[in-house]
Design a protein around this ligand. Structure first.
Ligand code: FE
Length: 297
C-alpha cells in the first residue's frame, strides 16, 4: 500500500469558540462554521482539520490519502486479505468528509483510521488571516503524533499493513518513538510507547490512542516567530519553547491547544527519499524545546 500522505484529521471538542480564536489568531488557519463545529483550511483544500462539538476533548479520526479509486480498491483488498475489518463510508459520511471514496479501519490503539481519495480543492484561494503559508502539496498536511499501548503491534500495523517506512527512532528513558514517512515529509506519523520494562506502571498514565500533538509547517521562519509572539501575547500556554529537532531539523515551538493536547508550529524540516536508512537519535532536539518552567532554572 502506498499512501500519499496525511489528508485531514478530526477532533471532538467542547471548546469551539476558543478553537475558532486559536485557529485564526495564533495558527493563521481559515475557519468556516458547519452544522456541528468548524472546518479549518490551511491550503487549497476545502478543509484540513474538522472540529466537532462534543462534551469531551478527544481525537476523532485521521484521514490518510490515496491517489485515486484504483488505489483505494487495492488498499481494501490488501486489508481484507490481512484479516482487517474494513468499513465502507455511506453517502452521509462521504458528504461530511467531502471526498469521493472512503473506508475506515481501527488501529491497534482504537484510533479511527480513514483511507480516502477525491478530496475537494476549493475554487477560492487560501488566504490566511495572519499571512501564513503552509507546506503541504506532496508532503500532505503535516504530522500527527500519538501515545500508543503496544508499540510493536502499532509498528507492524503501520509499516506492514499501511506501508509507512521508518525515518528514525528516538529512545527517551523507557519510551521509544517511531517516526514514519509515506512521502517526502520526514514523518507524517509518529508514535510513542513504553518498550523498556512495559509492565512497570508509568509515572503518568498513558492513554493509548491519545493525540500528543499535530504539526503544521510554515514556509518561512518569520511566520513561526510571529506565531510564537501571538501565542504568548494571547496567553496561550507554551508547551515547548522555540527549538530545533534533531531528526527532521524542524525549527518549531509547541503550544497547548484549547483541547489540551499540543500543536507543533514549525519551519524548515528536511525531506526524505527512499531508499532511506533509519537511524536512532538519543534526544529529540538539538537546542531549545524546553518546558517553560525550566527556563532559566
Ligand atoms: Fe512533531
Amino acid at each position: 500500500m502506498q499512501l500519499s500522505g496525511l489528508g485531514y484529521f478530526g477532533l471532538r471538542t467542547g471548546r469551539i469558540d476558543q478553537w475558532r480564536t486559536f485557529a485564526e489568531d495564533v495558527l493563521g488557519l481559515r475557519v468556516t462554521t458547519t452544522d456541528d463545529g468548524l472546518l479549518l483550511r490551511a491550503d487549497e483544500r476545502a478543509w484540513r482539520i474538522a472540529l466537532h462539538e462534543a462534551d469531551t476533548e478527544a481525537f476523532g479520526y485521521v484521514g490518510w490519502e490515496v491517489p485515486g479509486p484504483a488505489e483505494l480498491a487495492s488498499a481494501v483488498a490488501e486489508l481484507e486479505t490481512a484479516g482487517v475489518t474494513v468499513k465502507h463510508a455511506d453517502d452521509e459520511l462521504l458528504r461530511q468528509r467531502d471526498v469521493l471514496g472512503l473506508i475506515h479501519i481501527e488501529d491497534p490503539n482504537g484510533i479511527r483510521v480513514e483511507i480516502f481519495h477525491g478530496a475537494r480543492t476549493a475554487v477560492t484561494p487560501f488566504v490566511s488571516p495572519t499571512g501564513a503559508r503552509f507546506v503541504t502539496g506532496d508532503q500532505g498536511l503535516g504530522h500527527v503524533v500519538f501515545n500508543v499501548g503496544d508499540f510493536e503491534a502499532t509498528y507492524r500495523f503501520y509499516t506492514q499493513l499501511l506501508g509507512f517506512r521508518p525515518s528514525d527512532f528516538c529512545d527517551l528513558g523507557r519510551k521509544r518513538i517511531a517516526f514514519l514517512h509515506t512521502n517526502p515529509r520526514h514523518h507524517s506519523l509518529a508514535f510513542a510507547g513504553l518498550v523498556i520494562d512495559p509492565e512497570r506502571k508509568p509515572k503518568k498514565d498513558i492513554d493509548p490512542g491519545e493525540l500528543f500533538h499535530f504539526m503544521l509547517e510554515a514556509d518561512d521562519y518569520d511566520t513561526v516567530g510571529y506565531a510564537y509572539d501571538r501565542a504568548q501575547d494571547s496567553g496561550t500556554p507554551i508547551a515547548l519553547t522555540l527549538g530545533r529537532h534533531s531528526n527532521d531539523r524542524m525549527l518549531s515551538f509547541y503550544a497547548v491547544t484549547p483541547s489540551g493536547f499540543e500543536v507543533e508550529y514549525g519551519y524548515g524540516a528536511i525531506t526524505v527519499s527512499d531508499p532511506w536508512t533509519a537511524t536512532r537519535v538519543d534526544g529529540t532536539s538539538l537546542w531549545g524545546h524546553r518546558r517553560p518552567e525550566r527556563q532559566g532554572a
